[in-house]
Design a protein around this ligand. Sequence first.
Ligand code: GLN
Length: 484
Amino acid sequence: MHERTIAELAHGLRAGEFSAVEVTEAFLRRIEALDGRLNSFITVTAERALEQARAADERLRRGGGGPLTGVPVAHKDIFCTDGVRTSCASRMLDSFVAPYDATVVERLRDAGAVMLGKTNMDEFAMGSSNETSFYGPVRNPWDTERVPGGSSGGSAAAVAARLVPGATGTDTGGSIRQPAALCGITGLKPTYGRVSRWGMIAFASSLDQGGPMARTAEDVALLLGAMAGFDPRDSTSVDRPVPDYAAELARPLRGLRVGLPREYFGEGLEAGVREAVEAAVRVLESEGAEVREISLPTTPLAVPAYYVVAPAEASSNLARYDGVRYGYRCEDPRDLEDLYMRTRGEGFGAEVKRRILVGTYTLSAGYYDAYYLKAQKVRRLIRDDFVRAFEEVDVIAGPTSPTTAFRLGERLDDPVTMYLSDVYTIAANLAGLPALSMPVGFAGGLPVGMQLIGRHFEEGRLLNVAHQYQLATDWHRAAPPGFE
Ligand code: GLN
């Protein structure tokens, strides 16, 4: 059962080969048996899942439902889930039970998907290794001594290990794409505004975007179709029709113009990663794509601009965790100030505190112009680079991450090296562009991901390219040893 993709499960459910309850039970058993090795789930909602599965079976019996009816999914624990703990992997929200569903959760539920549980992540989505979680690190199923990437590391590891066929993630600077790359799955960060942020716990609001993670581009297309769309409850949600992503997959690649940014193949890129990405580019060429070198000269500015803008927004968003309204509260506060200080001191982990300190500093009087305003101007230049590049090419391709999965603990005391894990992914967030990562081979036995960046709202194009690549290759079918 567990080796089936979402598309295959949907087909079998409709054909009556198995029931949604059988599918759900099979995946729940797998989580029970194998997640001890990975720690990819924070909460497993078995009873609710079986209830939803029974409802899905009923719908299918009556000939209703859509392609996701009866298909199991997991949600990153950053999405609010009605009546279920929503922790954001922080001690601060360890006891928080959300009183409503996030729009993404609601839409997937309405589409008939069965929620198996909530996946582990970096605390408040701050990290690239899933090591900052209050619930302990997630391990990479390809090598359990290594990180799965972050911050959506639980979703990526669970999908790669076939504990669930698809999952949600969020991507503020690479948190869907980088763990997808390090775990050998397919993940998409949609255009900013394409997927509602309502009920998605805020990290950096102008960058955060939820998106799907699965093994194949076809499955990602099915999930995105259900997740995307206008939501009046999110003021940055864009009112624009959702295309039929699955229908766009079949388009041949003949004539597609692919740009390879010179800056994405320079210093710091591991040789094995480069070779796998170059081989993938040759596959696209053999499918009829025209490949040319392009330049994105502002590339070196993306990480520094992001680490001003993201912490600034985080420091503001995280001000709400004050011990008064919900979440963690310190014991016996002496007075209000003591309540604030001890609640936040005890409730947040080290990386979250680092971001709040940096953000508060860059927004403070006297430094605002020098840092925050400057970073916003740089952000505009980065966006302009892409606008220019997309006059020449249809998609931009390159590595997702400069290295394969690194060892647990290896970068924990070195924030700058950790931050550089996202050197190729961050610019797409700053520019609001859709971007996808797909598996394109292995280096030293570890998965390598290739990133495809597209024009605003051209998710369908990215999924189309990834699907055509996956028709010509088998990398997306590889299973981690011990998790086949
Ligand atoms: N790794 C980046 C950070 O730590 C991006 C995180 C994300 O996309 N949520 O901020």
